[in-house]
Design a protein around this ligand. Structure first.
Ligand SMILES: NC(=O)c1ccc[n+]([C@@H]2O[C@H](COP(=O)([O-])OP(=O)(O)OC[C@H]3O[C@@H](n4cnc5c(N)ncnc54)[C@H](O)[C@@H]3O)[C@@H](O)[C@H]2O)c1
Ligand SMILES: [Zn+2]
Length: 370
């Protein structure tokens, strides 16, 4: 038996933000980072909130949010006692809001409604039961999964992603691709998650290059925003895999942005997982559905075409292919490889990988991206 949960109400497309006008007489608390706090994007959000609400901001979010930020957030939220919390920003802000609410509720606080407003098209956190919080002292990022983490409402407003710079568009876009690909071959994949992953994948291949080249192209931004949410729904139910298990360590130890860490690993992980006959057949199917190979082709050929296409896409988006190309010292990478492999083995996302991977296989993949 398989379960597919749809908990978050999604508003997508132009003027999705206007739903905020339905809020009246509420104490609203907005969680975001310092950049968004001073942006036109925040003005757009505030402009939709009726004056009979009271609004307060928490703007301390930083990329790859650490436990300390979550603790500071809980203290701040205790003072406000909000009825409505809005997570506003990229995955870092949305995940922080989730963790703050999660622990705040454990301390007895009542939050009626959690609204997620993503400003990057990447993590899908607006529809997932996941959040990723870092422990900088241990150099580890911990994914936490709990059904209570699903936002109640997601507002996918494409105007909010227009300002994302090209490098962040590329990184977050590759995060979407990785979510779709990992969900597609994951042990928890079903017809429901496959449908979501297939659509997400097709949208990314079609619209990411355009969103990267011209960030103000509204159709490309809207499609990428939808793709991110579709892929989030897919992996939240199907699971992720080896790619994210290692990417979390590249973030924790070497501070590589999450989407870029995934991108560096993607082709290597597909090659590794393709040793499994069922995973290979699924990658091949996706390759055919995306028009990268024809329907008569052998699975091996289809997977090779998929890897080739992804590799070309990353070059087109000017993404680095190795860690040393990111100016990370080779000796430094080697000095943390043992720790990264050990932590990847403990990462919660590894369990749903289609092919088991041990210490040697993980180190092999890390060495391949040095
Ligand atoms: N919860 C999940 O399901 C899930 C899934 C994947 C990743 N994650 C986590 O999410 C985090 C990464 O999130 P992310 O990739 O969205 O990056 P991010 O939230 O760290 O943001 C990256 C940068 O982009 C900036 N930015 C955000 N929106 C912008 C906009 N509209 N215009 C201009 N700049 C903007 C931010 O200020 C920041 O500097 C990581 O911690 C990762 O582990 C969570
Ligand atoms: Zn991810």
């Amino acid at each position: 038996m398989a379960i597919f949960t749809v908990k978050t109400r999604i508003h997508s497309g132009a003027n999705s933000l206007s739903w905020l006008r339905t809020l009246h007489g509420k104490r609203i608390w907005i969680v975001c980072d310092g950049f968004l706090a001073g942006s036109e994007n925040l003005k757009m959000v505030m402009g939709e909130i009726a004056p009979d609400n009271t609004t307060a901001l928490f703007t301390d979010i930083i990329p790859d949010p650490p436990i300390a930020t979550v603790i500071a957030g809980i203290t701040a939220m205790e003072k406000i006692q909000p009825q409505v919390v809005i997570g506003f920003g990229g995955g870092s802000a949305l995940d922080s809001a989730k963790a703050i609410i999660f622990f705040g509720r454990k301390q007895g606080m009542t939050i009626e409604t959690f609204i997620a407003i993503p400003t990057t098209s990447g993590t899908g956190s607006e529809v997932t039961s996941a959040c990723v919080i870092g422990d900088p002292s241990a150099h580890v990022k911990y994914p936490l999964f709990d059904d209570s983490l699903y936002p109640d409402i997601a507002l996918l407003e494409p105007r909010l992603v227009m300002s994302v710079p090209p490098a962040v568009t590329a990184n977050t876009g590759l995060d979407v691709l990785t979510h779709a690909l990992e969900a597609y071959v994951a042990t928890g994949a079903t017809d429901f998650t496959d449908a979501l992953a297939e659509k997400a994948m097709r949208l990314v291949l079609r619209f990411l290059p355009q969103a990267y080249r011209d960030g103000r192209q509204s159709e490309a931004r809207e499609k990428m925003h939808n793709a991110s949410t579709l892929a989030g729904m897919a992996f939240s139910q199907a699971g992720l895999g080896l790619n994210h298990a290692i990417a979390h360590q590249l973030g924790g130890q070497l501070h590589i942005p999450h989407g870029l860490a995934n991108a560096l690993l993607l082709c290597h992980v597909i090659r590794y997982n393709s040793r499994d006959k069922i995973a290979r057949a699924k990658y091949a199917r996706l390759s055919k559905l995306c028009g990268l190979a024809n329907f008569q082709s052998m699975d091996e050929y289809c997977v090779a075409k998929l890897i080739n296409h992804l590799s070309n896409l990353m070059q087109q988006l000017n993404m680095a292919g190795t860690l040393t190309a990111l100016n990370i010292d080779r000796d430094r990478i080697l000095s943390v490889t043992e720790a990264m492999a050990a932590a990847a083995l403990r990462d919660a996302t590894l369990a749903s990988n289609p092919l088991p991977a041990g210490d040697a296989e993980i180190k092999g993949i890390i060495c391949a991206i040095i």
